[in-house]
Design a protein around this ligand. Sequence first.
Ligand code: FES
Ligand SMILES: [Fe+2]
Length: 357
Amino acid sequence: MIDKNDLRQEPIERASTIPSDWYINPDVEKIEQQAIFSREWQLVCHQSQIPSPGDSMCATIAGNPILIIRTPENEVRAFYNVCRHRGGPMAVKKGTTTVLQCQYHGWTYLTDGSLRGVPQFDRVELFDKKDFGLIPVAVGQWQGLVFVCLADEPRPFEQVMDGISERISPADFSDMQFHERVVYPVECNWKVYVDNYLEGYHIPIVHPELAKLLDYRNYVTETAQWYSLQYSPFADKDGDNPYHAENGEAFYYFIYPNFMLNILPGRLQTNIVEPVSAGRCRVIFDYFYSDPEQARASGTVADDMAYSDKVQQEDIEICELVQRGLGSKAYDKGRFSVERELGVYHFQSLIKHSISS
Ligand code: FES
Ligand SMILES: [Fe+2]
């Protein structure tokens, strides 16, 4: 299913794109869940979504139900949202509690994961509550964003995000407030969407209006070990571009494997590209503002959302057509523009690395 030759790393000048089978084969999607999504850090929420002790959120990572909770000690912890009795969930949606109660038979756990209450269990033998605590999951935080990692030995989270804070300073998202989530179902493999995000090569054709606002010749892509950065100066700062950057720069970060951080002065948008099946994904847009009230009142929120939505619809349309192309008999592998597709090459090199190791 995975040909060893396709895992070979070549310089971009000579490299081929990953084979089309990796975009359509359900077995490859299963391999990726293990090799990528069960190993890498995944965004679950922003701290503003669980501001008070006892606030909790649910997430699903590589098919695993996860619970994120702020403890009475004000620490953010995460556990598999799976009761040690017979697998029931502690929570099914966002909530507030300092005692986690299973929604099936009512076992209770403290926010440190320890099992506390076990109703009607008196005559059970060889049972020690200490052996039945919730299974913890590693938590990493970066400027208020909360990530989890299911790996037994997660890669140090600081290593993944290394250099981003310095680069975007003085922007800092710790005090941002979550505003809204928009979810787009897309009929393509998650990697088609990520590939597309990672290059500006398609902008003149797929987004002609956006192209007019950008100084496309000076579009830059930089890569680090676990992320890449794209930015482009704006052609006309006085135009009606809601993304104009008169007060600072705009940064478009991709953090491996499926997380995007779109940073503009006073606002932050995160994207998560979640695989659903080999041929489908969900793209989750979360909007954050340093002052959501003010941003709403001034029309910034409406402008941002309308603008993003337009570009997103154009991207979805092309990604869905590309998925069909990749599934056709005509296509196996392509090549990279050295000038314009460094980000895609970097992402695909990491995919190969994950699958090989
Ligand atoms: S499964 Fe949780 S109490 Fe039974
Ligand atoms: Fe695009």
